[in-house]
Design a protein around this ligand. Structure first.
Ligand code: 1HN
Length: 353
């Protein structure tokens, strides 16, 4: 029966509202009311762009250092929570960022979990992260990975505090409801492998001969330390050899030597060089990105918002917000994003104007 022609628009609306009210207790809802917000023509991130001043965050972190030990806290970290994602502990919807402090003599106890982590050293020299019992001695602006389900503990036998940026895929793992974690009975894993062993074996375009008994790291994640001295030398050599890409500057990705792909299944990382005075053209990409200023100063514009950038400041650029960077002096930047996961899912896109 065609009743609709006989009804006024108001009557139809009232009947629909009554229908929705009846269905709701049975967990049934009309798609046509929400379709446009579910399937948007372009990405609409709830995340906002934001810059954390390193100096300010550092002061709060050192105050926390007076009040709670790394061992008590398990990890003494200030979360960099996106102001558009309150309560989520997320810096972009898929990833987490935090600043971790480990004071001289402290130990952060050994545990493992299904979340992947990277550490990017902001200051201090000589503390370590041990991954499955192998120490990586950390220097400023080194990148260290703790891949999914590998035992890791941190210690600081140096005389100075160490602070690093933690990047994890916590919100991604939460989304998939796939979080598992356990503590080791001992505070630290036994030191079963000499420090620097994996870097020597897998970090120089070599690896132990296949089938040899010395090929001991997990086949898919053999390398977990990417020293600043090495990535900086590569980036500056690239910068000396050719003009910068108009949208990126000189940019190099960190790769996993096992397959040439991104460093971990969910997280990709890269570094950039911008010559003094260089301004990038606007670029949008679907991967929400966390940028750290390693050297120099400049400005960023993200979706029309302007930010000043000083050494060690952290900037978050949400999905699809146009980014331009202008270098006041020669700038080196480190960045990580969810591009690794997006590429696997066939979602990654970029637009250059
Ligand atoms: C973690 O394991 C570390 O190992 C740091 O240093 C931050 C945040 C959430 C969950 C695990 C670390 C973390 C974390």
């Amino acid at each position: 029966m065609d009743g609709s022609t006989a009804r006024t628009p108001n009557e139809s609306r009232a009947l629909l509202q009554a229908l929705y009210a009846e269905m709701q207790p049975h967990s049934l809802f009309p798609l046509w009311e929400v379709l446009a917000s579910l399937v948007t023509p372009t990405p609409r991130s709830a995340a906002r762009s934001h810059r954390w001043s390193y100096g300010q965050a550092r002061d709060y972190l050192l105050r926390a250092g007076d009040l709670i030990s790394a061992e008590q806290a398990e990890r003494r970290v200030l979360i960099l929570e996106n102001p558009g994602l309150a309560g989520s502990s997320a810096v972009i919807p898929s990833l987490y960022a935090g600043l971790q402090l480990i004071l001289p003599g402290e130990v952060a106890p050994c545990h493992r979990h299904t979340q992947c982590a990277l550490r990017f050293v902001m200051e201090g020299d000589g503390a370590f992260t041990a991954v499955d019992g192998e120490k990586a001695v950390m220097r400023p602006f080194d990148l260290v990975l703790t891949p999914n389900w590998q035992w890791h503990d941190h210690g600081n036998a140096s005389g100075q505090p160490m602070i690093w940026l933690d990047g994890l895929d916590i919100p991604t793992v939460r989304f998939y409801e796939a979080s598992f974690a356990e503590r080791l009975d001992a505070p630290a894993h036994s030191e079963s492998i000499p420090a620097g062993d994996s870097l020597a074996r897998y970090g120089r375009n070599l690896r132990p001969m296949r089938g040899s008994t010395t090929d001991r790291r997990p086949a898919r994640q053999p390398l977990f330390h990417y020293p600043h001295a090495e990535w900086r030398a590569s980036l500056l050599a690239l910068a000396a050899a050719e003009p910068p890409d108009p949208h990126l500057g000189h940019a190099m990705e960190f790769t996993n030597p096992a397959d040439g792909g991104p460093i971990m299944p969910t997280i990709a990382a890269h570094v950039r060089h911008l010559p003094a005075g260089f301004e990038t053209r606007p670029r949008q990409s679907t991967d929400g990105t966390i940028l750290v200023v390693v050297e120099g100063h400049g400005t960023a514009q993200v979706g029309g918002q302007d930010y000043r950038l000083e050494e060690r400041d952290v900037l978050v650029v949400p999905s699809w917000q146009p980014l331009t960077l202008a270098a006041g002096s020669r700038m080196l930047l480190f960045g990580y994003s969810d591009r690794a996961a997006q590429e696997k899912l066939g979602l990654f896109r970029e637009a250059r104007s």
